[in-house]
Design a protein around this ligand. Structure first.
Ligand code: PLP
Length: 442
């Protein structure tokens, strides 16, 4: 490592607490440079960013249009408080509402995804006068106190009993169906069960259903055809709002602008962050229907953040969206997504320990198993990595930075990726899977 990188590493280990880690077990890489789909560590090694960092860097590293937008806004005005009108905030709100169904009216800006979800819940509760929120077990909605309470995955326990009024339901996880059924014979039992739970809970006490439109960090569950439509129907029948968490699935990730665009549904509230500005500066958004927005014409909106609609964050989002439009990046994500899916399915056939390949657009998960017949996970849910450590290592050794969790390998490259980069990366992933399977067998 060069001396500057070494100094950064030493200071980090001495003074920085890292997310979701036992600090004493860490030896994080020093990253010194990023460009396009690649970044480089302090030893000069190059990695293809197949996690888009935290599935947020949709336009890759150092996109010139986002950088230019940030610089221009910084020169004009770095900050103005939320009670004033900031031109970049106004323009961004208009643009985002323009992308959403006609029923949408206004945006409240936040700093990231977690507080977008928390504010969405406050808004839903204020609008309906009801309290309960229905979420799924295999979900992630953020790590602040309220957002982690909404979350179903096992990162929640340290805050138990957490925020009251959260009701959880099972997931559309077809590979391991909670009801032991198979689509389509199941007749969407997972959706019907949501209705049953809501009836027992009393719909008069339920403000909203809050679902990721496609589950992200719990395993990329692409819901079976009809599931999201049925969920919307149930919400309408029972007088409950539908909130789509688009924090991970927004802005081209699934080959469409928003994940919910893969279905024939119209949510009431959409939360966003990450890809809205490719994460160059913290930003989150709660977009609400005109009907919900109207509630706050007469009554107080009890939401507020110093950095709500930070002018530079909003400008960076405008730069990001301009690039998405000009460079036709949604179309690119859809086309590369098809190629990606076909490539991953081939890998799935070649490597016996890939149990399931789930992919929509540039959003994929390989579910690794000990045995394809029994579907016994290669490492346990919420357990230590075990053999999966070989998979993580082999991917890195082959220049692929992926996100590995339990027996899942998440692959979500920036949506700017081109054919040559994708094909080269698939070859590297193939090699890594081969090396890891040999290491596991040893
Ligand atoms: N919602 C979803 C679906 C996410 O994947 C995440 C983060 O990964 C969040 C919310 C939280 O976003 P943030 O980390 O910006 O608070």
């Amino acid at each position: 490592m060069n001396p500057q990188a070494q100094e950064a590493y030493d200071l980090d280990r001495k003074y920085v607490l890292h997310s979701w880690s036992v600090q004493g077990k860490l030896s994080p890489k020093v990253i010194t440079r990023g460009e396009g789909i690649f970044f480089w560590d302090g030893d000069g090694n190059r990695y293809a960013d197949f996690a888009s960092q935290l599935v947020n860097l949709n336009l890759g590293h150092n996109h010139p249009k986002i950088i230019e937008a940030i610089k221009k806004q910084a020169d004009e005005m770095c900050f103005i408080a939320p009670q004033f009108v900031a031109p970049s905030r106004s323009r961004l709100a208009e643009k985002l509402i323009g992308y959403l169904p006609d029923t949408f009216g206004k945006c409240f800006f936040t700093v990231g995804g977690a507080d977008a979800n928390e504010n969405a819940v406050k808004i839903a509760r204020a609008h309906t006068g009801k309290q309960k929120i229905v979420t799924r077990y295999r979900s992630y909605h953020g790590a602040t106190y309220g957002a982690i309470s909404l979350t179903g995955d096992p990162r929640r326990p340290p805050v138990e009993p957490a925020l009251p009024g959260i009701v959880r339901v099972f997931d559309p996880y077809c590979y391991r169906c909670s009801f032991g059924l198979t689509y389509p014979e199941c007749r969407l039992q997972c959706a019907e069960n949501v209705r049953e739970v809501m009836l027992y809970e009393n719909p008069d006490t339920i403000a909203a259903v809050l679902f990721e439109s496609i589950t992200g960090s719990n395993g990329v569950f692409v819901p079976p055809p009809g599931y999201m439509e049925r969920i919307e129907e149930i919400c309408r029948e029972l007088g409950v709002l539908l909130i789509c968490d688009e924090v991970m699935t927004g802005f081209g990730r699934t080959g469409k602008l928003f994940g919910f665009h893969n279905f024939d549904i119209t949510p009431d509230i959409v939360t966003m962050a990450k890809g809205v500005n490719s994460g160059y500066i913290p930003l989150g958004v709660v977009a609400v229907s005109s009907e919900i927005a109207k509630t706050f014409d007469e009554s107080m909106l009890y939401c507020g953040l110093t950095y709500s609609g930070h002018p530079i964050s909003c400008a960076s989002a405008l730069g990001n969206l301009e690039a998405i439009e000009e460079e036709k990046l949604i179309e690119n994500a859809a086309a590369m997504g098809e190629r990606f899916k076909a490539g991953l399915e081939k890998l799935g056939e070649r490597h016996g320990y890939v149990g399931d390949v789930r992919c929509i657009g540039l959003f994929a998960c390989l579910e690794m198993v000990r045995d394809r017949e029994t579907r016994d996970p290669l490492s346990p849910w919420n357990g230590p990595p075990g053999p999966m450590a070989h998979v993580s290592k082999a991917l890195l050794d082959n220049g692929i930075s992926a996100f590995v969790r339990w027996n899942f390998v998440f692959l979500a490259p920036p949506i700017i990726i081109d054919e040559a980069e994708l094909d080269d990366s698939l070859t590297r992933i193939d090699k890594a899977l081969e090396q890891a399977s040999q290491a596991i067998a040893r």
